[in-house]
Design a protein around this ligand. Structure first.
Ligand SMILES: Cc1cc2nc3c(=O)[nH]c(=O)nc-3n(C[C@H](O)[C@H](O)[C@H](O)COP(=O)(O)O)c2cc1C
Length: 304
């Protein structure tokens, strides 16, 4: 399937389909559905310095064409990931993208330091997290904070650094440029959009945390717009995320400027979605007489 291979800077993927963080566990969870190594890469569940239990239930609610989650970044912690989860992914020879987050810049740096001596070829930096030392504002909401955390992680991790952007900002291109200038190798976008659903009988939010992150087809047009805007602003590769479930969804993102894509919520609806998409993309290119996927990337015809 050489018409599908992708180079995100120095990171080579056999195809552009990546399992999105938080929707694919640590890779093992989906092994009864398809061979994990058929994907371009797997982005792990978000990893923190210490294990986290996450938020109280209920923490997922279905909404029109989407879902809101407030899992609270439950995960095994970086040490247990390296000892107990990474060996499985290594045995499968799939590209591992370790998604990491922290509540302080120092935490991000410490996790990246732990990953440097491992075989993990790439980090995805989730900057949609509150910086407790800066009054709780999300790192990703402020170009200065976003650049600072990127630069700090860059200085301790010398392989591929992908920065995952938060859509909950006024100008994503500004954050994207700041992060690119700070040394990111690629950008992934978007993370979930802050949202709420209310039980009108109890008048309480449907999820215990109050607010959560909206994902699924409902956010796709927003994500496509953001990819198209960011593509015009930065030179580094973009990985598109948001409501992708099938071929046409993916094509929108490639045309908007993404070189690769991630599949999140669709896996909950159809566990084979990512695997099927690899096959559908290949057939589409073949049938359309397109020699390589890159011929599609960024071919959007903006109105003049
Ligand atoms: C249940 C759930 C858990 C998630 N956990 C993480 C996470 O740990 N780290 C992260 O960066 N993004 C996380 N995300 C965001 C997804 O990776 C993705 O950016 C988002 O859901 C949009 O893509 P989708 O519409 O295809 O799901 C999570 C999403 C869902 C639905």
């Amino acid at each position: 399937m050489s018409r599908l291979n992708v180079k995100l800077g120095d990171l080579s993927l056999k195809n552009p389909v990546i399992a999105a963080s938080g929707t694919f566990g640590y890779g093992e969870e989906l092994e009864n559905f398809f061979p994990v190594e058929s994907l371009g890469a797997v982005a792990t569940k978000g990893l923190s310095l210490k294990p986290r239990e996450g938020n109280p239930m209920p923490r997922i609610v279905e909404t029109p064409s989407g879902m809101i989650n407030a899992i609270g970044l439950q995960n095994v912690g970086i040490e247990a990931f390296i000892e107990k989860k990474l060996p499985y992914l290594e045995s499968k020879q799939v590209v591992v993208i370790a998604n990491i987050f922290g509540n302080t810049l120092e935490e991000y740096v410490e996790i990246a330091r732990c990953l440097q001596p491992t075989s993990v070829p790439a980090i995805e930096l989730n900057i949609s997290c509150p910086n407790v030392k800066a009054g709780g504002m999300e790192f990703g909401n402020d170009p200065v904070q976003a650049a600072r955390v990127t630069e700090a992680v860059r200085s301790v991790f010398n392989r591929h650094l992908m920065v995952k952007l938060s859509p909950n900002v006024t100008s994503l291109p500004k954050v994207a440029c700041a992060v690119a200038d700070a040394g990111a190798d690629s950008l992934s976008l978007i993370n979930t959009i802050t949202a709420m659903a209310i039980n009108t009988k109890t008048r309480k939010p449907m999820i215990a945390n109050g607010v959560g992150g909206l994902s699924g087809p409902a956010i796709r047009p927003i994500a496509v717009r953001m990819v198209a805007e960011v593509y015009r602003s930065v030179k580094i590769p973009i990985v598109g995320i948001g409501g992708i479930g099938e071929l046409n969804d993916a094509l929108e993102f490639f045309i908007a400027g993404a070189q690769a894509i991630q599949i999140g919520t669709a896996t909950f609806v159809e566990p084979n979605a990512a695997h099927q998409l690899v096959k559908d993309l290949d057939s589409y290119l073949k049938e359309s007489g397109i020699n390589h996927l890159k011929e599609l990337v960024g071919t959007l015809k903006w109105p003049s």
